[in-house]
Design a protein around this ligand. Structure first.
Ligand code: G6P
Length: 473
């Protein structure tokens, strides 16, 4: 049905399904900025996403033309992509290659290693992108606006433009973008195809100026495209793409309303019981290589070693919920996080005081409770597109929290003035920053936290999305 005016495309959709033994399907609505942004937008929207599991595939097959009506969101079309194709596109290309390039995660003496098998993976990525382009081309009304999300779908803008030259397309990268010398790790033709894929869009959005500039430099260096650095435009093969910066923020009111619900207050009471009147350092991440959890724990260990006055007077809550466990690097990383946590508990725990609580299960209400209580929030990624934890924390803090923030997080652009900034590779500096954060006088902490919360909520998801649609004219 070519009848939709605004379409969104992303790998992970706003809902997921599970299948009971009797074949009954139940639907769960996901969290995340994009879901809340679109939940607020009334009107004619279609969200196109991939089926991620057998239950999703069953739901897509049962729905008419794969279209589901999701209360509070609108229409969702889940694409029934063959599992093998999906696995190669999502795990091998998107998460093991493009994610690693943009976050600069490779151990280059050994990886990457592009061979004949990588070619097959790449063909699956092309097929998966083409499936999205076909669906969007089929459902978009004449002159519709299409918002394509992230590194999973870099080829979609060009594939869609070929199919439907009348529609207006924006692509948004939630990740960092690699500088040209690192980007060139990709095989030459693949590197070109990714850039040319995004350049099929009329507008390409990034979280910060730094990532936008890196993209423009890659277009110049790799494609020889004509770039205007002042006006932020890239002209390639006669088509002009405007490059924009839209730093995604959080919706403070919605978050605070959610955090006032009974499941959150119950978890806050339980956490308070565990922590007592000790000072509290919190971190919350997906168990993700780029989040730098192991060095963060090492910094906490160094804090306790160098400043023994904190022993027994501080606790560290580290929530590291599971992510991308199909990839061996992620499983190994999770184990490394657990080993480091066990070492710290062994070294410093004394029966009466447990210095560290590491939890690796996903519990959203518990995370909201921890934000409310934190004295210090540690956000120390190696490299990060934005990092919404750095924004959610100050927005939900009850008594003002000090933010220790990596200078490699996109959020640093908007928050460095009131955070304590660290080089994420410098464990000793991070330990010292934690010490300074714990010592910060309460009134200074609360003043800074207010300004951090204002920065965090400056561009809430609804406005962020609306800005990108208006950038299409
Ligand atoms: C990052 C990406 C998102 C992705 C999220 C979770 O934030 O920018 O596109 O949705 O990670 O990753 P997952 O692989 O679990 O979808």
């Amino acid at each position: 049905m070519a009848d939709t005016q605004v379409l969104v495309a992303s790998n992970r959709g706003p809902v997921s399904f599970s299948l009971a033994d009797d074949g009954a399907l139940s639907m769960r609505r996901g969290g995340g900025g994009l879901v809340s942004a679109l939940g607020e937008l009334s009107g004619d929207i279609l969200w196109v996403c991939a089926t991620l599991s057998d239950a999703d595939r069953a739901a897509a097959r049962r729905a008419e033309e794969g279209r589901l009506d999701v209360p509070g969101i609108g229409a969702v079309r889940m694409l029934d992509i063959p599992p093998g194709t999906f696995h190669r596109a999502y795990n091998a290309v998107a998460n093991s290659t493009l994610w690693f390039v943009h976050h600069m995660l490779y151990d280059t003496p050994n990886k990457p290693h592009f061979d004949a098998r990588s070619r097959r993976d790449w063909q699956s990525y092309e097929a998966y992108n083409a499936a999205f382009a076909d669906a969007l081309a089929q459902d978009a009304a004449q002159g519709a606006k299409v918002a394509v999300q992230d590194y999973h779908l870099t080829l979609v803008p060009t594939l869609l433009r070929e199919r439907r030259p009348d529609v207006k397309i924006t692509h948004f990268s939630h990740t960092p973008w690699a500088p040209p010398e690192y980007y060139r790790l990709l095989p030459d033709d693949i590197g070109r195809q990714v850039l040319e894929g995004i350049l099929g869009a009329d507008h390409a959005g990034f979280q910060t100026r730094r990532w936008a500039e890196a993209f423009v430099e890659c277009c110049a260096a790799v494609l020889g495209a004509r770039v205007d650095r002042e006006a932020r435009t890239v002209t390639h093969q006669g088509h002009v793409t405007r490059v924009g910066v839209h730093g995604l923020g959080v919706d403070g009111d919605a978050l605070r309303a959610r955090a006032a619900e009974p499941d959150v207050t119950a978890r806050a009471a339980a956490l308070r019981e565990q922590v007592g009147d000790r000072r509290l350092i919190v971190r919350i991440d997906r168990t993700e290589l780029s989040k730098n959890i192991v060095r963060g724990l090492a910094a906490y260990r160094e804090l306790l070693a160098k400043h023994p006055e904190w022993r027994g007077r501080v606790m560290h809550l580290a929530f590291a919920y599971p992510s991308r466990h199909d990839l061996p690097e992620y499983r190994e990383y999770t184990a490394a996080v657990q080993r480091m946590a066990a070492e710290i508990s062994d070294e410093f725990g004394d029966g009466a005081w447990d210095p560290l609580i590491l939890q690796v299960n996903d519990d959203y209400p518990r995370s909201l409770a921890a934000y409310g209580m934190a004295d210090v929030l540690l956000v120390n990624p190696i490299r990060d597109g934005m990092n919404l934890v750095a924004k959610e924390g100050p927005a939900l803090s009850k008594n003002g929290c000090a933010l220790v923030l990596s200078d490699q997080a996109g959020a640093a652009d908007e928050m460095s003035g009131d955070a304590i900034m660290v080089n994420p590779f410098d464990v000793s500096q991070t330990a010292e920053a934690l010490h300074q954060a714990l010592l910060m006088p309460a009134d200074e902490r609360s003043e800074r936290c207010k300004r951090l919360a204002a920065a965090a909520t400056a561009l809430p998801p609804q406005q962020w999305f609306a800005d990108q649609l208006s950038a299409l004219g």
